[in-house]
Design a binder for this molecule. Structure first.
Ligand code: HEM
Length: 184
């Protein structure tokens, strides 16, 4: 299965990013509002760069199968981030649909972690009355959206294309790591 392959191959990148994104503070409920804004900023800078590039590489049929419109996270991030700020253009490219699906694997997988993060933050006194648009984006539909994504991934990535998908996923993780390095 392509998703199992991506998960296994990118585990070190996932775990490194988790650390950079202050996972300990999230779980021991010491994350501050200032920290939270930095995390949002990393996400905003990456999504602003990557979402349009993914969209350009996906075929219309694939976008329909994915319900792509529902997966846009940039508007949610913009509504969570209260400060008007210009974000630097980040250098990023995707060569084909397989790479784009690999990149989307990272952005969609982050919604699984996002759900966990939201639950943790709601137990942190700093965030009692906070509304979260980005974390918890799919609400009750989270597992259905992930299942649908995995189906489209399996249908569109053949055995000989799985390294393109991996390449897209790795590039996306590295962009997150670089952005986190400069912002956090
Ligand atoms: C503090 C930060 C994070 C935590 C605590 C976290 C936690 C998790 C958890 C618990 C899962 C598994 C969910 C499940 O199997 O139901 C998961 C999956 C995943 N997360 Fe994270 N995550 C974090 C950050 C991120 C970030 C920033 C990204 C990417 C930008 C990311 C990408 C992924 C991906 C791609 C998967 C899917 C793995 C797969 O099953 O193939 N995560 N994460």
């Amino acid at each position: 299965m392509i998703s199992a392959y991506l998960k296994e191959q990118t585990k070190p990148l996932h775990d490194a990013l988790e650390q950079k994104m202050m996972v300990e503070k999230i779980f021991n409920k010491t994350l501050s509002k200032e920290d939270y804004l930095k995390i949002l900023k990393v996400n905003l800078s990456v999504h602003k760069t990557v979402e349009p590039i993914i969209e350009n590489q996906l075929k219309e049929d694939t976008k329909n199968e994915l319900q792509f419109e529902k997966r846009r996270k940039l508007p949610k991030l913009q509504s969570d981030f209260p400060i008007s700020e210009d974000f630097p253009e980040l250098s990023f490219s995707l060569a084909n649909q397989q790479e784009a699906l690999g990149a989307l694997y990272v952005l969609e997988g982050a919604t699984l972690g996002g759900n966990v993060i939201k639950k943790q933050l709601l137990q942190n006194p700093e965030f009692q009355n906070q509304s979260f648009q980005y974390y918890g984006i799919y609400g009750e539909k989270l597992s259905g959206m992930w299942k649908n994504f995995l189906e489209v991934l399996e249908q569109n990535i053949g055995e000989s294309q799985k390294d393109d998908a991996l390449n897209g996923a790795e590039k996306t993780y590295r962009l997150f790591l670089n952005s986190a390095e400069s912002i956090i």
